[in-house]
Design a protein around this ligand. Structure first.
Ligand code: AMP
Length: 592
């Protein structure tokens, strides 16, 4: 017998989930479904995303609700729009063969009138994010007086996002006697508190121990210097040619900068953060889901609720401040029974944090060595060979060109031809990694200052960059937008806008990139220039961009504080809100 039938799920639903590939229940389904089907208990399930918990509560709901009635009987609250859409779509799929099941997804950032119309037409299951739900309740557009089940999904996330009061208000409109089912990946005291507040004697189910991540995730860490972080990160990516990953940064700015640097370096990457409009976020997510993107660079908040299967790696470009966030981040991989790797890039000072996470998740981390250039090249080479071996050949189209192709290769042996095809792609990597230094911290220590000035604040290798990063003491407080300051610089220096790269507009100052060949023009253009009675100052902000401009470097500062000059400048800029960025001088905030 189908094991879902044994759990008490009817044939019509089992047929639908069989089509989705659900053959055997996941552990949480196996344990939660019989309890929830009884319909008489409050319930607390401690489970990661990716464990099959949507079906664990979705299937029992479909069994318990009366679909001949058209009023809301179940309310599912979840933290994000993505999750809201995911849950409602999943439940609709499970209910494919059932008549009269109506599910509505209620979330912010979308047209409210469509959602109101669906509610008016009659729905039994409401899946909602708290903010929009409260809005609709405020309009008296929904009646929850007959709600029998409330599901709080990713309860820890909802609390993290500050939805506590909204949840209180929403639940106050539902009947006392309803049953509440709470799911959470972690069980901080806040979640315990709401469990206590809303539930009587709940049935508790723990999949794994408290805060323990998915057993299918391996946790790796690499120790690198702050300035080597970006090249080390690229090496790790390059040595995993099939990577399909999510890269976590701590801030929106970092997210954007890493994504921009990667795109510039030819990677298939894009960023996901809170400053993007909903439309932009949807677009990025669509590309990622379709695998047109290989690397998604995200902040914790933006990545909440991301449910993409087959993510091979989660990379903590910066460690999160909270242990809970580490569990959430790493839980984006190894979903649906797959395996995955969670990588953390840390400096020596952050090793303590790794130990703390190990304790928290109850699993050891494995220390890894940043691959040497040669190893990366080898990985890429064999990935290429596999690709050539497995490529689908379109005989119909290629056949007619074959005689001519054969003729062109007539003078070459099989070995020669293979060598040449392989070299087409391979040369790029060979060239890039030729003489590439060892990026592991011990090796760095041994090398001393040898690499000083070889990388910018991303740790981006200068041999990849034709730009110099400059500082100017004008910024948004002077009413400049990025476009304005671009125009202003071009005007003052007579260089083309094309010669200017990334512009990082801050409050009282701005960093901007200029092609190395135009740097002199910028310096001379800004000699004796005033802006609103203030002398305009332009200085070199990078760490050794543009080799061979020794004379200019004497006026430069390094915000990593690596030279005396640098320390002086850094102090000045700290006062103006200078962000430590990648200098390794960032004040560590420890929430653990
Ligand atoms: P969830 O934890 O609900 O987000 O589910 C994670 C993924 O596992 C989703 O893609 C589900 O479609 C899939 N899934 C859930 N239950 C099963 C099952 N019993 N067998 C196979 N896949 C499942």
């Amino acid at each position: 017998m189908n094991p879902f039938i044994e759990l008490g799920i009817r044939h019509d639903i089992v047929n639908a989930i069989t089509e989705l590939g659900f053959e055997t229940p996941t552990p949480i389904q196996e344990q939660a479904v019989p309890v929830l089907l009884a319909g008489s208990n409050d319930f607390v399930g401690l489970a990661q995303t990716g464990t099959g918990k949507t079906a664990a509560f979705g299937l029992p709901l479909l069994e318990l609700l009366d679909f001949s009635q058209k009023h809301p009987q179940a309310l599912i609250l979840c933290p994000t729009r993505e999750l809201c859409l995911q849950i409602s779509k999943d439940i609709e799929k499970y209910a494919k063969n059932l008549p009269d099941v109506h599910v509505v997804a209620v979330y912010g950032g979308a047209n409210i009138s469509d959602q109101l119309r669906q509610i008016r037409r009659g729905v039994q299951i409401v899946v909602a994010t708290p903010g929009r739900m409260l809005d609709i309740i405020g309009r008296k557009a929904i009646d929850f007086s007959n709600v029998r089940y409330v599901v709080l999904d990713e309860a820890d996330e909802m609390l993290n996002m500050g939805f506590q009061e909204d949840i209180n208000n929403i639940l106050s409109t539902t009947p006392e006697e309803k049953k509440t089912w709470l799911f959470s990946a972690t069980m901080p005291t806040e979640v315990r508190r709401i469990a206590k507040k809303y539930m009587t004697d709940p049935f508790e189910l723990t999949m794994g121990t408290k805060n323990t991540g998915n057993a299918n995730i391996e946790h790796h860490y690499y120790v690198v210097r702050a300035r080597d972080k970006y090249p080390a990160f690229k090496r790790i990516v390059d040595s995993n040619p099939e990577i399909f990953g999510i890269v976590f940064c701590r801030t929106k700015i970092e997210t954007q900068e890493i994504a921009e640097a990667l795109i510039k370096d030819g990677y298939n990457a894009d960023s996901l953060h809170g400053d993007l409009s909903q439309q932009q976020r949807d677009k990025v997510m669509k590309r990622y889901r379709e695998r047109s993107l290989q690397l998604l660079i995200a902040t914790d908040v933006a990545a909440r609720g991301i449910d993409v299967n087959d993510v091979t790696h989660v990379i903590n470009y910066s460690l999160p401040d909270e242990l809970e966030n580490y569990t959430h981040r790493s839980g984006r991989t190894a979903r649906a029974g797959k395996t995955g790797i969670s990588i953390s890039l840390v400096n020596l000072k952050e090793l303590g944090k790794i130990r703390q996470i190990e304790k928290g998740i109850g699993k050891p981390f494995v220390k890894m060595e940043v691959p040497k250039g040669e190893a990366v090249v080898e990985k890429q080479l064999f990935a290429l060979i596999n690709k050539v071996h497995d490529v689908a050949v379109n005989d119909d189209h290629i056949d007619r060109y074959l005689p001519q192709i054969m003729e062109s290769f007539a003078d070459l042996s099989k070995e020669e031809i293979i060598k040449r095809f392989t070299s087409l792609e391979f040369n790029r990597f060979l060239e890039y990694y030729q003489n590439a230094p060892d990026l592991n911290v011990d090796a760095n220590e041994a090398r001393g200052g040898e690499r000083k000035g070889k990388a910018d604040r991303f740790g981006r290798d200068s041999y990849r960059s034709d730009y110099t990063r400059l500082f100017i003491n004008l910024g948004s407080v002077d009413d400049f937008s990025r476009g304005d300051i671009l125009g202003y610089i071009c005007n003052a220096t007579q260089i083309s806008g094309k010669a200017i790269g990334k512009i990082d507009l801050k409050g009282v100052y701005t960093f901007f990139e200029v092609e190395n060949t135009s740097v002199d023009k910028v310096f001379s253009g800004f000699q004796n220039v005033d802006f609103n009675g203030r002398t305009v100052r332009v200085e070199n902000a990078g760490e050794g961009h543009g080799e061979g401009r020794g004379e200019k470097r004497s006026r430069s500062f390094r915000h990593g504080g690596e030279s005396g000059n640098g320390n002086r400048r850094k102090r000045e800029h700290n006062g103006g809100g200078f962000r430590g960025g990648y200098s390794g001088k960032r004040r560590e905030k420890s929430g653990w």
